[in-house]
Design a protein around this ligand. Structure first.
Ligand SMILES: C[S@@+](CC[C@H](N)C(=O)[O-])C[C@H]1O[C@@H](n2cnc3c(N)ncnc32)[C@H](O)[C@@H]1O
Length: 255
């Protein structure tokens, strides 16, 4: 069923975690930088380092000079390592897919990115952007699937160690605004992401509240993150309080 767009298989990486849980969480974010969705502070250190680059992106976002996706990409940099597997659950025009490939490929061009979108046009646009932005070796690391992200667990091989699943919700920029992500399938996809993500990994979500289903979808994502156990997850959001239509970032880190 899955149309595999341009790409072929390659080595899967072996992720040997030598870093303890606390260390993994420490590199993720500063505790003062995000508002906690739920009380997740019990076992979380308060001395997280300020991450160079991320702080600039966040301040830029807060003052309207950076996009929410710039902040997300910056957080990804501190989660993904060369050789990791990642999923782009909403490929759209391919900008997030390309960023993910760059992060997992590194110099050795290993790693793997699985991308999906329900619109063929979006996947064509993604393919086109990937051809412009990636090397032929990096292109080999991507597989694209024209399917709903609620089925994402079906396309990722069982032995793939997935460290990041990215959602950039809403409609395709430049496309049909009536075709958007929807709460019901987004929730199924988040649950599927939670079931495949490795310890130390991240589900990264950018939610757009300005379109008709956006507010409801935001509530759904927020409720999902709020309901995750503090034992296994650290969940937070970045939301502009007096710009109610600004996109909201919700990060769920697996301990
Ligand atoms: C905001 S765009 C994504 C932007 C993209 N990540 C980029 O970097 O250009 C949202 C995308 O989600 C796709 N989409 C909507 N419902 C979906 C679903 N159930 N499963 C997968 N993709 C979906 C839309 O077709 C649209 O292309």
């Amino acid at each position: 069923m899955s149309l595999r767009l341009p790409l072929t298989s390659c080595r899967l990486f072996a992720y040997a975690s030598t870093v303890g849980r606390a260390k993994k969480l420490k590199r993720h974010f500063t505790s003062s930088s995000f508002s906690s969705v739920r009380n997740a502070t019990a076992s979380v250190s308060t001395d997280f380092p300020i991450i160079p680059g991320l702080e600039d992106q966040m301040v830029g976002y807060i003052f309207g000079r950076r996009k929410a996706t710039d902040v997300a990409h910056s957080v990804w940099k501190h989660v993904l390592r060369e050789g990791d597997a990642a999923v782009d659950a909403t490929c759209g025009n391919g900008h997030d897919t390309s960023a993910l490939v760059k992060l997992v490929a590194g110099e050795s061009a290993r790693g793997r990115v699985y991308g999906m979108d329900i619109q063929e046009g979006a996947l064509q646009s993604t393919s086109c952007f990937l051809r412009q932005s990636l090397s032929p070796q990096e292109m080999e690391l991507v597989k694209l699937f024209p399917m709903c992200h609620s089925k994402l667990a079906e396309i990722v091989p069982e032995d793939a160690l997935v460290r990041l699943v990215a959602f950039n919700l809403g409609y395709l920029p430049g496309g049909d605004k009536a075709i958007t992500t929807r709460s019901e399938t987004t929730l199924l996809a988040l649950e599927a992401a939670g079931s495949i993500i490795e310890p130390g990994g991240l589900i990264s979500t950018v939610v757009y509240v300005g379109h008709p289903n956006g507010r409801e979808e935001f509530e759904t994502v927020q409720a999902f993150a709020s309901g995750l156990s503090t034992e296994d997850w650290v969940c937070c959001k970045l939301q502009m309080l007096n710009r109610p239509l600004a996109p909201v970032l919700i990060f769920t880190f697996k301990r």
